[in-house]
Design a protein around this ligand. Structure first.
Ligand SMILES: Cc1cc2nc3c(=O)[nH]c(=O)nc-3n(C[C@H](O)[C@H](O)[C@H](O)COP(=O)(O)OP(=O)(O)OC[C@H]3O[C@@H](n4cnc5c(N)ncnc54)[C@H](O)[C@@H]3O)c2cc1C
Length: 406
């Protein structure tokens, strides 16, 4: 009889893991508190980059980009979920620019051949819409870009179903039945689901779920993050906008095209921990962040921070929408990918700290290796290298954190 895996949560993580384990022969049940895509996965900027500061994440994200390019052949559906417009990090301070160039060497050593450090002249030649007086240079990787997240979770869930998976929506996990510390079944209002393996894919909800599961409470802090849409006007053509990479300004403000008429913008801010946020809170927009609050709002500050280095953006017509969601932030901005120390048949794939959409294929790759082994493993093979998993282990020391966080 096939081994039974119960996956809790149907965002990008749970959907891709469900497909991957169903393909590997597991009898998969997905239980989702609301509906497929109800969490951060439908509220994300969905940027995908291989420009990270640690080798294991560079390797993991090279694997993710390659997977998303082959998504139709691997998973199915009609459309490719990745738009490879590239990622452009801009630098204005010498110290930051020196560190960025050093990182590019590390990334190239990890097989990311196409990433480049562009000195000012080359940067302006390549991207004439940047302000040459405000910058020293930039790093650009043309195979980075952004995702269409709804394609990822909807197609992955459809593919998992075709492989025999059961997907139960409006089914929050409210309890478990356990023997000797192992979970035998998870309990929901829609029924009891027996399990040989349980996988927590609830990200920002995970600390709360851990109490229900009798699991280790991991240091994951739910924090609000906002996005804004800005309407194109002025000298930047629709074609130029649509072809723009995801750009990160020296301030940390970032933007990418949503289409040829609108620009999606974001900028991290000091946000309080919200451990008990409700589903509805995902869409709650504080007045200080709402675009209709006027020019003092954080959305306008984001727009202006971008216009400082991308002058044509300053000519745009205005902000038309504010959306929001939660990051599940860990102390070192790396996720937890591993078995729970307190519950031997519980795998945790949580704490993505703003990277969960891009991590999805790598997370699912790791999940399959761990499920197969029945315990944590030291590394997984990805493309031409082995990605070490120590940086993602539960119980790790937090000395090896991700430095490029947006
Ligand atoms: C504004 C914003 C911008 C972002 N930008 C990026 C980006 O550029 N690139 C990137 O890679 N990532 C980005 N992220 C992060 C990314 O969106 C998340 O890391 C990712 O979507 C997490 O996916 P997930 O499937 O792990 O979790 P989620 O999509 O949050 O899914 C978790 C699911 O668990 C369900 N659930 C919760 N409790 C229970 C329960 N008790 N029982 C059953 N189900 C339960 C929820 O309903 C939810 O559907 C951004 C996030 C935000 C908010």
């Amino acid at each position: 009889m096939a081994r039974r895996a119960v996956i809790i949560g149907a965002g990008i993580t749970g959907s891709l893991v469900a497909w991957r384990l169903a393909r590997a022969g597991w009898a998969v049940t997905v239980v989702e508190a609301r509906h497929v895509g109800a969490g951060s996965s439908s509220r994300t900027a969905a940027g995908i980059r291989q420009q990270f500061s640690t080798p294991e994440t560079v390797l993991g994200m090279r694997y993710a980009v390659d997977f998303y390019r082959r998504f139709r052949e691997e998973v199915g559906g009609d459309s490719v979920p990745i738009v490879q417009n590239g990622y452009l990090f801009l630098y204005a301070l010498q110290e930051d620019w020196d560190a960025a160039k050093y990182r590019v060497e590390m990334q190239q050593a990890c097989g990311l051949d196409e990433v480049q450090a562009l000195e000012l002249g080359a940067l302006v030649d390549r991207f004439p819409w940047v302000d040459r007086h405000a910058l020293l240079g930039g790093t650009f990787c043309p195979t980075d870009g952004f995702l269409r997240p709804e394609t990822v979770y909807n197609e992955a869930i459809a593919a998992a179903r075709r492989l025999g998976a059961t997907v139960v929506q409006n089914a929050p996990v409210t309890g478990v039945e356990s023997t000797n510390g192992r979970i035998d079944a998870v309990i929901t209002p829609k029924g009891r689901f027996g399990a040989d393996l349980v996988i927590d894919c609830t990200n920002a909800w995970s600390p709360r779920l851990s109490r229900v599961l009798g699991a280790t409470e991991l240091p994951i802090t739910p924090r609000k993050r906002y996005l804004w849409m800005c309407e194109r006007a002025g000298s930047l053509s629709g074609d130029t906008l649509a072809a723009m990479p995801l750009v990160i300004a020296p301030s940390g403000a970032y933007c990418r095209p949503e289409n040829d008429a609108s620009l999606l913008m974001g900028w991290a801010h000091d946000a309080p921990a919200e451990p008990d946020f409700a589903y509805e809170d995902q869409d709650r927009v504080e007045e200080a962040f709402f675009h209709k609050s006027g020019p003092d709002s954080y959305g306008y500050a984001t727009w202006m921070a971008l216009a400082e280095v991308l002058p044509p953006i300053g000519e745009f017509a205005g902000i038309t929408a504010t959306t929001a969601g939660y990051y599940g932030v860990t102390p070192d901005h790396n996720p937890f990918l591993g078995f729970d120390p307190a519950v031997p048949n519980l795998m945790r794939l949580v704490g993505f700290s703003g990277h969960g959409a891009m991590f999805g294929p790598f997370t699912a790759r790791v999940a399959e290796a761990l499920a197969d082994a029945g315990r944590d493993v030291a590394s997984v093979d990805v493309l031409d290298g082995a990605a070490e998993l120590e940086a993602f282990r539960i119980g790790r020391r937090y000395g090896h954190g991700e430095k490029l966080v947006i």
